[in-house]
Design a protein around this ligand. Structure first.
Ligand code: PRP
Ligand code: ADE
Length: 177
């Protein structure tokens, strides 16, 4: 079967109107994950992009970034580090705040999860405003990491997040919008 991987993934992502509130269309990746072919196509897209890039680690963002990030790290023979929502990590942490529609949130990493100079791929499922990935990238940079790229499955370009991440000086890759 001949398929365009990007189109294939895009058509399997489920769009749920008016969730979690009216006016929002939720881009649900569980449909991609539960189908073995699309899950493999997705991971292989990332593997082909990042193999040979001399990465040291994959950092995945809580919670959906853990799913793709950990499988990708395993496939690339790399370690995986979690960027967690506040209050979940047990050891010494660094934190960065970011803005949500109402109020603020924080992400945290263990202080010993990255060594200075390590080449890290940062990954999540989706870029909306970009606040989450920007905060995660700031954390990694505070720990001395070289953030090689910020990657996601889905970009919502109308929200300006991927542009904001690019404007911060990071390279950005998304599979589809
Ligand atoms: C979603 C998504 C990204 C983030 C993108 O996570 O998985 O992490 O929002 O939004 P942004 O670009 O505007 O920051 P959410 O905070 O809903 O958490 P979840 O993964 O635990 O559902
Ligand atoms: N996170 C922020 N906006 C989202 C959306 N539209 N779908 C899924 N996750 C999101």
């Amino acid at each position: 079967m001949q398929i365009d991987p990007t189109q294939y993934i895009r058509q399997i992502i489920r769009n749920v109107p008016d969730w979690p509130k009216p006016g929002v269309t939720f881009r649900d990746i569980t449909t991609v994950l539960q189908d073995p072919r699309s899950f493999r196509v997705l991971i292989d897209l990332f593997v082909y992009r990042y193999m040979g890039q001399k990465l040291d680690l994959v950092a995945g963002v809580d919670a959906r970034g853990f799913i793709v990030g950990s499988v990708l790290a395993y496939e690339l023979n790399l370690g995986f580090v979690p960027v967690r929502k506040k209050g979940k990590l047990p050891f010494n942490t660094v934190a960065e705040e970011y803005s949500l529609e109402y109020g603020n949130a924080s992400v945290e990493m263990h202080t010993d999860s990255v060594r200075p100079g390590q080449r890290v791929l940062l990954i999540d499922d989706l870029i909306a405003t970009g606040g989450t990935l920007l905060a995660a990238a700031r954390l990694l940079q505070r720990l001395g990491a070289n953030v090689v790229e910020a990657a996601a499955i889905i970009d919502l370009p109308e929200l300006g997040g991927s542009q904001a991440v690019k404007d911060s000086g990071l390279s950005v890759y998304t599979v589809c919008s």
